[in-house]
Write a protein that binds this ligand. Sequence first.
Ligand SMILES: NC(=O)c1ccc[n+]([C@@H]2O[C@H](COP(=O)([O-])OP(=O)(O)OC[C@H]3O[C@@H](n4cnc5c(N)ncnc54)[C@H](O)[C@@H]3O)[C@@H](O)[C@H]2O)c1
Length: 454
Amino acid sequence: MNPVPVIYEDRVIGVIGMGYVGVTLAVGLADAGFQIYGVEKAEAVLEQLRQMKPGFYEQDLEEHLIRHLKSGRIQVSQEIPADQGIRTYIVTVGTPVGPDKKIRLEPIMEVGRQLADVLKDGDMVILRSTVKVGVTRHTVLPLLQAGGTSVDLAFCPERTVEGKALSELSTLPQIVSGLTESACLRAARLFSFLTPTVIKVGSLETAELAKLVSNTIRDVNFAFANEIALICEPLNINMSEIIHATTLHYPRCNLSAPGPVGGPCLEKDPYILAESLELHNVVPKLTLTGRKINEELPIRSAERIAEILRAYTDGKGIVQPEIAILGMAFKGSPETDDLRGSMAFPLIEAIRKQFPDAALRIFDPVISPGKLAKLSLDGVQVANTLEDAFKGTHVAVIQNNHPVFRSMPLHQLAGTMASPAIVYDFWNLFQGRDNDVRKFKYIALGARMDGEEQ
Ligand SMILES: NC(=O)c1ccc[n+]([C@@H]2O[C@H](COP(=O)([O-])OP(=O)(O)OC[C@H]3O[C@@H](n4cnc5c(N)ncnc54)[C@H](O)[C@@H]3O)[C@@H](O)[C@H]2O)c1
């Protein structure tokens, strides 16, 4: 990458919204040589940044952030600073969906109005938040134009994966679009200082859709894997064998591993894609079905756990089983402490439905017990250690794929469980290993039961 020239017109950037995307991007841009003014509305988030803490776990981030905050390469404030020579603003505020699964645009609209007050002719605004198709042109542009200035407007989506944001920011191709050709070229130049590959697309809407497609395809792929897992179970076939048989040296079957699918993006972006089509009376059936399969996975698994527990207690079940959920973050690898969209929550709900009197406990290798306790989940205890999580439980559920779980001494830990002891593994981490069925029952998603003959 070329160094950012000192006289480059877009060297000073305002990043509006210092959440996960804003902070990682600010650091990536500062690493590349840009001067960053981060703007954050929430006092609590801002205070953390003032104390040089990112407010979330991301590999290598804290060290870079501290360096840039100390040197002044990144500065933070609650208001958009005037007179700092900012010519480009990148908008990274959240775009959650509500309970109705419709995108909430208020944060973006608020920023649009704030920017209208400070923009000068010739400034550039880059929208980076994920939006439904058409929002940049039909929602953001009119708000910016209300200020009476002429600005370059671009939409350049964020596509990093949590846990690898910093390395991906400097390696992933950046999709770039602009309201005008010159806005597109200007945004493309800016991102060319960050990454070697910039993909210029023909319209704002193309880039908006490309972002939604980039996430939805993952959701649908995982849903297909989960569907195959749920097909394998009644057929008493191991999905891991299906994956091995279909993918080894065979280039036309990229079946992924099954498992819980969540997180702040996949839980919502398929819905935002669907909402983008409402005006055109088109329903993306595969997209919405995939989402439903992924959302229902915890329910199916809780039902299976209940069935197995009954089978191992001569149909009686256990009145007050102790159940541990291992891994509360929405994923374990790359590791994160992000609880947004984690399937651990619907899993707890589904387990409660099957076992109304169960005593639940939770454990996470990244999120501290103190932070888990702050979730204040009704009737749920927090285990301080993995050992505490296993001790005396009837059921241990491996909810995410953190490497700690893959390498844990399962036999030893299961030996401390109550009787009967069941380990339910969403991630097939121990599938095919020598599980001692006399000590505990090991069941993996999409796997036939140990000891059962086909
Ligand atoms: N999290 C991811 O991995 C990821 C990846 C790709 C894209 N995205 C998209 O990027 C966007 C941001 O995601 P995020 O996870 O960083 O969200 P976030 O909620 O963590 O962060 C947004 C921040 O913006 C702040 N904010 C809101 N309104 C503001 C305003 N008017 N002025 C200043 N600050 C304001 C909020 O207080 C919050 O701290 C979303 O559209 C998301 O879908 C996220």
